[in-house]
Design a protein around this ligand. Structure first.
Ligand code: HEC
Ligand code: HEC
Length: 310
């Protein structure tokens, strides 16, 4: 039986990979850049990227831009995603200044370093062209530890505390993008109110868009906390971690967090505004069943004794 279920998993992974590749017509093995372009990319890289990513792209304070770990993340995605990542968020200390052609040149250099063959045509800088190419060569990363070797982290807070401490502040940061452009420069006066406001003091330390990135990551990463066995709701009822609908709502939450991150990485206020629906729906779907009982809002009845029961 064991072998059988492993085979099934393998099959699913394989067919997923096929689907991903099917959308891209070409891979980096098809000679998609020129040596001259890679040389331009190299000098730009040396000026703007070396100090964090290392002089041989081996990684330093920032991740390697070559090798297996890099391919595991970027290999199966279209090059347009990698170009967008570079254009919108790099260099990390001076974001959003690279022209599309610069990003394409740097990608050419990244491909050259990764030993992908050069050819006679340059890598085009426009999104449509980059969308049709994937790097390819992605291998799923081996997991370093098996589950049984992992230390256990039993539930510590109740569910309402997790909601109020992580999901509430994080999603408000994302919802707030509908009203305020995080890229906007604001006059920073003395902050004497809200000393305990995460936005007031966090905003002083990290730049606008980064806060949105981190809030989205907090949501995606905290979703599994919904499934920690042994956690209770404020009313003492166990969180229904085994119920299929609860698990489905948790997956929706994780996917909404990932979508919010992808949106934030575009550094485009409208794109993030669009994704806020998905986020609020992921909260709402679970709350409708497990928190806000039918009619409780309008009737004003306190139904908190029923929280965490379907
Ligand atoms: C001040 C430091 C710094 C500089 C300069 C910098 N980066 Fe980065 N870069 C980072 C950090 C930190 C990360 C990881 C966090 C993230 O993904 O935003 C990163 C991530 C990346 C990633 C995603 C890597 C991965 O595996 O997810 C790419 C691609 C990248 N940088 C390209 C570049 C390029 C190209 C340049 C030069 C134009 C550059 N970076 C300059 C700090 C830097
Ligand atoms: C998988 C189900 C589930 C998801 C997803 C979920 N919640 Fe909750 N949430 C609950 C339950 C159940 C409670 C009641 C907890 C309790 O009473 O201990 C709750 C309570 C809360 C509270 C506390 C309300 C109060 O009484 O003070 C906040 C705030 C909250 N959620 C925010 C969010 C936000 C924001 C999201 C989406 C980003 C979200 N939740 C997603 C199930 C969920």
């Amino acid at each position: 039986m064991r072998t059988c279920s492993r085979l099934v998993v393998f099959f699913i992974l394989e067919s997923l990979a096929t689907v991903v590749y099917a959308q891209q017509n070409r891979t980096a093995s098809d000679s998609v850049y020129t040596d001259a372009q890679a040389a331009r990319g190299r000098s730009l890289y040396q000026q703007k990227c070396t100090k964090c990513h290392g002089d041989a792209l081996q990684g330093r304070t920032a991740p390697a831009l070559t090798g297996e770990a890099f391919l595991a993340v970027w290999g199966s995605q279209p090059l347009s995603e990698l170009a967008a990542k570079i254009r919108n968020t790099m260099p990390a200390d001076d974001q959003g200044k690279l022209k599309p052609a610069d990003a394409a040149d740097v990608i050419a250099y990244i491909l050259q370093t990764g030993k992908f063959p050069a050819g006679r045509n340059e890598l085009a800088a426009d999104d449509a062209a980059l969308k049709a190419i994937a790097i390819g060569g992605a291998k799923p990363q081996a997991t370093a530890q098996t589950r049984s070797q992992m230390p256990e982290f039993p539930a510590f807070g109740n569910l309402a505390q997790v909601m109020r401490g992580i999901l509430f502040p994080s999603s408000n940061i994302i919802f707030n993008v509908q009203l305020h452009d995080p890229g906007e420069k604001t006059a920073t006066g003395p902050v004497n109110t809200g000393a305990f406001s995460w936005t007031a003091w966090g905003g002083e330390i990290y730049a606008g868009w980064q806060l949105v990135d981190y809030a989205a990551v907090a949501i995606a990463e905290s979703a599994p906390l919904m499934l920690t066995p042994g956690r209770r709701c404020e009313n003492g009822k166990p969180v229904p971690v085994d119920r299929p609908d609860w698990i489905k709502f948790t997956q929706e939450l994780a996917e909404a967090g990932r979508a919010a991150y992808r949106a934030s990485q575009t550094r485009n206020q409208e794109v993030v505004s669009d994704v806020t629906n998905q986020l609020s729906e992921s909260c709402l779907h679970c709350h409708q069943v497990y928190r806000d009982k039918r009619g409780s809002r309008s009737s004003g009845l306190d139904t908190s004794a029923l929280h965490c029961t379907p």
